[in-house]
Design a protein around this ligand. Sequence first.
Ligand SMILES: NC(=O)c1ccc[n+]([C@@H]2O[C@H](COP(=O)([O-])OP(=O)(O)OC[C@H]3O[C@@H](n4cnc5c(N)ncnc54)[C@H](OP(=O)(O)O)[C@@H]3O)[C@@H](O)[C@H]2O)c1
Length: 229
Amino acid sequence: MSSGKRFPGKVVIVTASTDGIGLAIAKRLAEDGAHVMISSRTQKNVDAAVDQLRSEGLSVSGIVCHVAKEEHRRKLIEETSESVWDKIFEVNVKATFLLVKEIAPYIEKRGGGSIVLVSSIGGFVFGGLLGAYGTSKTAMFGLTKALVPQCAGMNIRINCIAPGLIRTRFSEALWKDPDVLADTLKSVPMNRIGEPSECAGVVSFLCSEDASYVTGETIVIAGGQSSRL
Ligand SMILES: NC(=O)c1ccc[n+]([C@@H]2O[C@H](COP(=O)([O-])OP(=O)(O)OC[C@H]3O[C@@H](n4cnc5c(N)ncnc54)[C@H](OP(=O)(O)O)[C@@H]3O)[C@@H](O)[C@H]2O)c1
């Protein structure tokens, strides 16, 4: 008999999931019946997230995972612009590709599945200081498309989300001060900030059978903000 949940018996890995959008995605997919593996760079944060979700009766485990394998990464001694560029691309683009490469054979062995990359509206809309970040997020749209054929051959769908301004620690500088928030919202037709749970619902949909013929797509979650390159 069906449990009425989207992901009974499924295992989900959510990277960068001890706070913000990742934590909301982990919580939502666990509520939808999956066993969720939580991870981030810090044991303390992993423990806190696992405790929080377990206290809500959800099935989760946790492990420390720096997505860019810090031990292989050149240590940044000086924050030169080139080193910042390299770091952003290493985490957002290269590590994303390597994670897909590493995990895809395991998903294939289980009969197939779904991968969702977290990009950003910043990949469509370029602000002055966010050139490297925005360009790396644009690259993630291309990466999503580029991985479709190989993933399809492994019965894996791969899609992407592009959140706009979402209320998390990462984006605090854009919403904590009411004047800055009012200025930011000038480009958001819905005239409000988004919540992490509003990203999690879209990820749940993309991972589910309701999206069984959807691959290579980017869904923008940005309150109507312009999203054309
Ligand atoms: N918030 C927004 O408005 C917004 C908009 C568009 C796109 N995004 C994208 O959404 C993603 C998540 O952002 P967020 O707003 O949810 O940030 P957040 O609230 O600051 O959470 C970031 C999470 O990622 C973990 N983390 C950071 N670097 C990591 C690494 N190298 N390896 C593994 N885990 C790492 C952090 O835990 P530890 O510190 O313990 O590692 C934390 O759990 C980012 O890719 C961001 O570009 C956010």
